[in-house]
Structure formats: C-alpha cells, structure tokens
Write a protein that binds this ligand. Structure first.
Ligand SMILES: N[C@@H](CCC(=O)N[C@@H](CS)C(=O)NCC(=O)O)C(=O)O
Length: 251
C-alpha cells in the first residue's frame, strides 16, 4: 500500500490521522505543509476540500479525520476503531462527531489567537516538522500566515473569550463519556483518537493545562498522545480564564 498523509505541523486532526494509521499498523509517508499554503496544495492535489488531514492511498483521496477513520477501518478492520455492537458504535460515533465539530475548532481558534499575540512559541510547536526550509526561517516569516489564520478561523477576541468560557462544559462532557466507558476504554477507539489530540494541544498552553490535566479528559489526552511538540507560556487574559476556575470541575 502506498500511503501519504498531508498535514500541517501541530494540526490536531492531523495527529489523529497519524495515530490511527499507526494503530492500524499502516506505514505511511508524511508531507508537512505550511498553514494557508496547505489549502492551495491540497486543492492542487485534487482533494475535494481545502483542509488537512488529507490522505492518498494508492492514488485514492480521503480527506477529513472522520472519513480517514472509516477508510482505515474498511482497509484494515483489525484492530478495530469502532465497536461491533451497534449501540456502542453509535455512542462512539457521537463522541467522535463532538470531537470533530465541537472541540476541534475552539482549540484551533484559541491557539491562533495566542500566536498572534506572541509568535515566539511557534518554534517549539515546529519541532520535528519537515517543512523543507529551516525552522528558524519558517518561524521568522510566519507573521502574515498567522494573521491570515486568525482571520480564516475567526479567532477574534470575542470568539476566543466565548470558547474559553465554554471549555469547562466540553471537558465535563469528555469526563462523562470516560465515566460511561465510551472513551478511554481498554482499547482506544476512533473517538479517543479524535478527542485526545485536541485536548493535548490545548494542554500545551500553560494557561489551560491546569484545568485539564488532573481530570479524566486530561488523562485520556496523555494516553492518546503522550508526546507533543509545543509549549505556550501564559498569554490569555486572566479575566477570560476566570470562568474555567483553577480546579477541574470533576476530577
Ligand atoms: N474537521 C476537519 C478539520 C480540518 C481542518 O480544519 N484542518 C485544519 C488544520 S487543524 C486546516 O487544514 N487548516 C488549513 C489552514 O489552517 O489554512 C477534520 O477533522 O479533518
């Protein structure tokens, strides 16, 4: 099988795709793309949409972390990413949908907002990236890309403040699914791989880590993705963080 993954360094759904490929034991090559430019490249490669992760498997194109999960399951059913029992599968699919549609984006908005406030941590997030140019140059020339990303993802003060205020509820939902055995079970499933990298990326932010790490959601993130590049010193306005409190809602 000839498999190539197109992603952006640090992309949480990109990490989800990599972890699922690894779980299936499918070896793959990876092309790291610059944010924004990725949109042109991915379109140029004739994928239907502009985003990563985008996967080429023996010439076929599969785009989107949830579509990739299903295609990998079809190609190599074991180890399974979805439970065989229909009811359990529906629960995992709902958690996976939540991870994709409700959790991914706020984390994306918060981190791009933060990079526009302070781009110096970008170097730490680029560790291990293969962008084809020296990381130092990539980082020094990143300002226009960061500004565009902030605009593309509507990472405005208002949205990011609302994202942070809503984060407690999202974390509680993940904790509840862990307690119900839908997440963080014996074998990791597609929802674990979808949700874990978003939480893990959020945990690279020193502002957010204390609210996540001590609770089931944080333990899930560490299990799914023990290693991650990137460390963001405090950058978010303390007033925005207040709704989260300093203690997790439920440990
Ligand atoms: N929900 C989609 C999200 C894909 C997505 O938005 N990917 C981002 C990277 S995390 C992207 O391609 N961004 C292009 C850009 O930022 O210019 C998935 O899970 O595949």
């Amino acid at each position: 099988m000839n498999v190539r993954l197109y992603t952006i360094p640090g992309s949480h759904p990109g990490v989800a795709a990599q972890l699922m490929l690894a779980r299936k034991g499918i070896s793959f090559k990876r092309t790291d793309l610059f944010p924004v430019i990725s949109r042109l490249v991915v379109r140029g490669l004739r994928f239907p949409g502009p985003t990563v992760p985008a996967l080429k498997i023996d010439g076929r194109r599969v785009q989107g972390s949830r579509e990739i999960a299903r295609e990998l399951e079809r190609l190599r059913p074991e180890p399974a990413l979805f439970p065989a029992d229909p009811e359990k599968r529906a629960a995992v699919e709902e958690a996976e949908r939540f991870g994709d549609e409700e959790l991914q984006h706020p984390v994306r908005q918060i981190i791009w907002w933060a990079f526009q406030r302070d781009s110096s941590p970008l170097r730490s997030y680029s560790e291990g990236a293969r962008l084809g140019i020296p990381i130092g140059i990539a980082v020094r020339t990143a300002a226009p890309i960061i500004a565009l990303e902030k605009r593309i993802h509507e990472a405005t003060d208002e949205n990011v403040r609302a994202d942070i205020a809503a984060l407690g509820g999202l974390l509680q939902q993940v904790d509840d699914w862990v307690a119900a055995g839908i997440l963080d079970g014996e074998e990791l499933n597609a929802a674990d791989f979808q949700i874990g990298p978003s939480l893990r990326l959020a945990m690279t932010m020193q502002d957010l880590r204390p609210m996540i790490e001590g609770r089931p959601a944080g333990r899930l993130a560490m299990r799914v993705q023990p290693e991650i590049a990137g460390d963001f010193p405090p950058v978010l306005p303390p007033a925005w963080l207040q709704p989260l409190g300093s203690e997790p809602a439920a440990a």
